[in-house]
Design a protein around this ligand. Sequence first.
Ligand code: GLN
Length: 303
Amino acid sequence: MNYQNILQEIYQESLVQPKIGNIATYIPELANVHPDKFGISLTTINGDNFGIGDSNERFSIQSVSKALSLTLAFSLYGEEIWKRVGVEPSGSAFNSLVQLEYEKGIPRNPFINAGALVIADMLVSGLKNPKQDFLDFIRTTSGISTINFDEKVAQSEKNTGYRNAALANFLKSFGNIKNDVEEVLDFYFHQCSISMSCHELNHAFFFFANEGLTQKGIQILNQSQIKRMNALMQTCGFYDESGEFTYRVGLPGKSGVGGGIVALMPKQFIVSTWSPRLNSNGNSELGMFALEQLTTKTGLSIF
Ligand code: GLN
């Protein structure tokens, strides 16, 4: 398979697409990014790397981090996690408050904000130095020691994160946040602020495509747990657009409001895209287009 040629073709086709969607501005710092940034990077299971456009430029990974925080919590607590968060698609927006009332403080899944806040709470409980340990975990899965938080982005979200504060307090009222709400929010805003390039994301997500082993051979999760993680990314990774992403792209993946998407084909490749213009569901419009082209042109999808 000539991946570089395929990426080149997709890139050319993407550049002439209508510029649909808007950059996220509810976190003011994210609005400083140029909306026309665009990169794609693909890493094969053999370790070959292909990239085009802004694939080496770092951006705010935002909710892409939720797949990694869940992984760390899953490795610490195993199936216990599912007592406090579900595994069902939510069919509602990533920052929605409504279901929590009916479901008595048990979020539908770990990728909507409510679920990710519960996972953040578990990590605050289970890690000695939560923020540093989480950062070190991503440095370990990726093998890249320079990955860091973007304090400006974290602070910017803290200043305006009223919805997440509401969610965290609401969860606390049901007893599903154990730690101090401020501490959990601080952890969550920091995990979302992590800055990485498409290329770096491929390395960090390599183990999802490699039965739980990083590129350096470190076992992060076992095979059964990896099946579960990929299943969750497939069914819940794109919030109320998870069905659409599955229909068009056919790969498990995770998006973020910084415009990043990571998707993977087990035992074949990991692919990341970055384009900050988001559709109304908070997913990257051009990123979804590019990934749909990739699975169409290569004929490779899990379906
Ligand atoms: N930090 C963002 C928020 O909580 C992450 C949302 C996202 O990327 N979908 O609103």
